[in-house]
Design a protein around this ligand. Structure first.
Ligand code: GLU
Length: 516
């Protein structure tokens, strides 16, 4: 590409950023980086009725957590700022004026009641989707039906008005979407959208097109829900004389419910017990009570695992490879490999990714999670031991919280024993092996996973007992559980004295099953 690639992620701060929004941000980011371009974060906050305090901070924190940092944004001003539309309010009027002056937009003075009455009239006449359009506009109160004098008077008297786009009556509007190919819409299907509201704020459509132009955006990558607006945007580019530099569009497939039946919603997450938002948050809801959002971060998803998962929700590399670092995603990403059809949201796949990433993370990094839980539980931190525990456990963990919940026994004597194992495996034979093992362990110099195994094997040989008959009982005595990481590694981490004490405690606590 000869021009510098410039893409934008343009969320509206109207609530929590849905995980689908994070995917849109990611695809923009990958595309920008792949082409050595720039990603812009623009906050589209022109709709004052839908503005939610805290939502912008939520978006910022979410993107930072996941590691998608825009090159230009309200927090990293570039040459095309400001990057919040509310701060650009003064920039839009001239374009609305140009559209009016050239006969492509007009003033409309209709009150809410008049608009309602129009809709009722049309419904009564069996029009399915009543629209303010090339036909109906002529029965309304606007600068096309009123005399120039009347319009002037109204404007001077400060009567509230909106500016509407004058959509041509008969025209095919086409656009070549990078994902969907040619999309053609007849202008009769587009209504005379409001471009400027009575509060002097532009609507999404005008602000979005003007800003994409002024910010020199080359590619608009956004969710499929915006596809119906795209023809309108194409008209705006044309009327504003910006056709030559119109960005290319790529509309991303929808994220679907796990069963494929419709769009993924917050309710699905609540119902099925998984997050559909990146981070936890709470915003004032409509009735004043706070609405809380359950987040991937708080559920223990790692940002890089989540990124990898999201990259595959609608795109694939065309190979078998599933694990991609961010750089690998950048290198492999192409719009051609974005699918057209909706993608089912599969939380098990997200878990799988998390597990794969934890497995290969260095124990030093994983330690930070466990240290937090240890501190919260008042346990003194021995960082070497914490690292060893993480190393021993990381193959079996899906979420970092499990280092503590499943690995408590590394730091505390068991206070209960898995009853099933007690019933089946706590035999006289096992106890006699454990007694001998306890003594040998106390005498041994330094216990490693190899020497502890050797010691155990010697005892088993002497007693003529097969390892399978007693192994679970040994584990039970030391950890209280029937399964877990490699037992010999556990023994090495715990050390001689602790292992001996635990065996003693188990022998003292557990009733021996009588073997007849
Ligand atoms: N502000 C719109 C949103 O909230 C942006 C849509 C677009 O990218 O054009 O998603």
């Amino acid at each position: 590409m000869d021009k510098e690639v410039r893409v934008r992620f343009a969320p509206s701060p109207t609530g929590a950023l849905h995980i689908g929004g994070v995917r849109t941000a990611l695809y923009n980011y990958l595309f920008a980086k792949k082409h050595n371009g720039k990603m812009i974060l623009r906050i589209e906050d022109t709709d004052q009725n839908r503005f939610v305090p805290g939502a912008e901070e939520y978006i910022k924190e979410s993107l930072e957590w996941i590691g998608i940092i825009a090159d230009e944004s309200p927090y990293a001003e570039g040459a095309y700022g400001p990057y919040r539309q509310s701060e650009r309010k003064h920039m839009y009027a001239e374009y609305a004026q140009k559209l009016i002056d050239e006969g492509n937009a007009y003033y409309a003075f209709d009150t809410a009641e008049e608009l309602d009455a129009m809709r009722e009239r049309l419904k009564a006449a069996r029009v399915d989707t009543p629209q303010y359009n090339a036909i109906t506009r002529m029965q309304m109160k606007n600068s096309l039906t009123l005399s120039e004098e009347e319009v002037k008077e109204k404007l001077q008297a400060g009567e509230p008005y909106v500016v509407r786009l004058k959509v041509p009556r008969k025209e095919d509007v086409r656009l070549n979407d990078m994902v969907r190919g040619w999309v053609m819409v007849h202008s009769s299907a587009i209504d005379d959208k409001v471009l400027m509201k009575s509060d002097g704020m532009p609507t999404y459509h005008l602000a979005n097109v003007v800003d994409d132009h002024l910010m020199k955006i080359t590619h608009v990558i956004r969710g499929e829900e915006w596809l119906p607006s795209a023809p309108l945007h194409v008209l705006l580019y044309k009327f504003l004389g910006w056709e030559d530099t119109m960005p290319q569009f790529a509309h991303l497939p929808l994220l679907l419910k796990p069963d494929g039946n419709g769009k993924l919603s917050k309710r699905d997450g609540d119902k099925l017990g998984f997050p559909v938002f990146p981070i936890h948050g709470a915003f004032p809801g409509k009735d004043g009570a706070a609405e809380t959002f359950h987040g991937f971060r708080e559920d223990g998803y790692l940002p890089d695992a989540l990124l990898n998962f999201l990259a595959f929700l609608g795109w694939n590399p065309g190979t078998e490879q599933e694990i991609f670092s961010l750089q690998e995603l950048i290198d492999a990403f192409t719009v051609e490999r974005i699918g057209k059809s909706g993608t089912k949201f599969d939380i098990d796949k997200a878990k799988w990714y998390n597990q794969q990433y934890i497995k290969v993370k260095p124990a030093t990094e994983l330690s930070t999670f466990l240290i937090k839980d240890l501190e919260a539980n008042g346990i003194a931190i021995d960082s070497k031991k914490v690292e060893k525990v993480c190393e021993a456990m990381k193959e079996r963990v899906i979420f970092p919280a499990e280092f503590w919940t499943e690995g408590k026994f590394f730091f505390m004597m068991p206070d209960s024993y898995d009853e099933n194992v007690v019933r089946k495996k706590w035999t006289e034979e096992a106890v006699s092996v454990l007694e001998a093992y306890r003594e040998a362990v106390l005498k041994a110099d330094k216990l490693t996973s190899e020497t502890s195994k050797e010691i155990l094997n010697n005892i088993l040989d002497e007693k003529g007992v097969k390892i399978g008959q007693v192994m679970q009982a040994v584990r039970l005595a030391i950890t209280g559980k029937g399964g877990g990481p490699d037992l010999m590694e556990i023994i090495e981490i715990l050390g001689n004295a602790e292992v001996a004490d635990r065996i003693q405690k188990a022998i003292d606590t557990l009733p021996v099953k009588q073997v007849n």
